[in-house]
Write a protein that binds this ligand. Structure first.
Ligand code: SAH
Length: 404
């Protein structure tokens, strides 16, 4: 067993239960990619068992803080079982579920999303890569599913020094369908696990989409704008609420903007799938910022706007520029809302805290000379859990603002 010896005083975060060991904390020791290492303090006290990542800045990710624990098939199977079972505690009202959320489930670098009868994995760490076949076997055992697809083709994987990898992990010769359908609340949603973003869909916004549908119904939205719509999740949710409120017959309409033509095609498909015809929606293949400016010039107004942009700040180094970009779109959106209109605004940048995001939106309001009630604070859905020991899990934050 190889050992990593930490520098003096660098054991503090591990003693608090945080699972990452940065290269700057290590005094000596190394291992192969994904190999289990023993981590010791400068004084030689046992701290943790961890998976080694030679190429990453995060040199090791903890499997266990228990010296007696063996990192073997039985241990990993237990983690998978616990993750899968814990999702039954949540009332998700969907057959699209995140079953494993990496560090939060004790499986650093492993993402597993279930879409109906199919599991889609992202393997983004050397430790989980080394044990991939064991983990897949466990996942199949505990879910009873035998369709497993891999989408490990992201930049996070490259940063770990792992080559991109995508395709079926189970029975590759017989598996075909890469276009899947889930039912989220009462919405049917198609998704593409081969070409879609992440594993194909943004499950983390499930609860916020439901809230948006509720507002659409309760406040009888007629003119809705969904910015960064991807495959139209918030648009379908809005139309559902509007249909329940009876405003579709009176000309209720949702505009959805995205810069990806593929995403927009899927968005159109999703709206039709739920019985909405083209008189009720418009899709714009355009840049959001430019479109918002154009709408302002045209003196348009909306009852509700969603801003769910991609990660503007991939790391702390990008926070300042990201803050300006968030502020810009929020200022424009607040100006486009009618008094009493509702803004659902989000940031999925880990480097932008909920507190900072609040400040950014507040300063956007000040610039727009618009005030609003903060009706709700939103976060990622329950199956993307945050844990006490891992604050990095708190990436998605949102505000519901009602313009005064
Ligand atoms: N709200 C969506 C997820 C949004 S993901 C959901 O609930 O599923 C962010 C989207 O922003 C992606 O689809 C991406 O194509 C789009 N995007 C990124 N930059 C953009 C820009 N400048 N203008 C328009 N769309 C953009």
């Amino acid at each position: 067993m190889k050992t990593l010896r930490l520098r003096e005083g660098k054991e503090r975060s591990l003693l608090r239960g945080h699972p990452w060991i940065f290269d700057t904390a290590i005094a000596k020791g190394s291992a192969d990619a994904g190999e289990t290492v023993k981590v010791e303090s400068f004084e030689g006290a046992f701290l943790a068992w961890a998976a080694y990542s030679p190429q990453s800045k995060i040199k090791a990710r903890v499997w266990s803080f228990d010296e007696k624990q063996r990192i073997d098939e039985e241990f990993l199977d237990g983690l998978v079982q616990k993750a899968v079972q814990s999702r039954q505690l949540f009332d998700l009202q969907s057959n699209g579920v995140r079953l494993v959320h990496a560090e939060s489930d004790g499986l650093p670098g492993l993402i597993v999303d279930q879409y109906a009868d199919t599991l889609v994995l992202q393997v983004l760490g050397c430790g989980v890569e080394r044990f991939k076949s064991i983990l897949v076997k466990s996942l199949m055992k505990h879910t009873g599913l035998d369709r497993v697809y891999e989408r490990s083709d992201t930049q996070a994987r490259t940063m770990e020094g792992l080559a991109p990898s995508a395709g079926w992990l189970s029975h590759p010769q017989t598996q075909k369908n890469l276009l899947l359908q889930i039912t989220e609340h009462d919405c049917k949603l198609d998704l593409d696990i081969e070409h879609g973003h992440k594993t194909g869909f943004y499950l983390d916004q499930r609860e916020s989409r439901r809230r948006f549908a509720d507002y659409a119904q309760r406040m009888s939205f007629e003119r809705v704008l969904n910015c960064f719509c991807y495959t139209g999740g918030f648009s379908v949710a809005a139309l559902m609420g509007m249909r329940r409120a009876g405003v579709l017959q009176k000309g209720g309409h949702v505009i959805s903007i995205d810069s990806s033509a593929n995403a927009l095609n899927m968005a159109a498909q999703n709206m039709r799938l739920n019985g909405f015809s083209s008189e009720h929606f418009t899709l714009m293949d355009a840049d959001v910022n430019a479109s918002l400016r154009l709408f302002l010039q045209e003196s348009r107004q909306f009852d509700a706007i969603v801003l769910d942009p991609p990660k503007f700040a991939p790391s702390h180094a990008h926070v300042e520029r990201a803050a300006r970009a968030y502020k810009d779109i929020n200022r424009l959106a607040l100006q486009l809302l009618r008094p009493g209109g509702v803004l659902f605004t989000f940031s999925c940048s880990g480097g932008v805290s909920a507190d900072l995001f609040h400040k950014i939106v507040a300063s956007a309001g000040a610039d727009a000379h618009v005030d609003g009630f903060i009706a709700e604070r939103l976060q990622g859905a329950m199956d993307h859990p945050m844990t006490l020991n891992f604050p990095e899990g708190d990436y998605l934050k949102g505000l519901v603002v009602i313009r005064k």
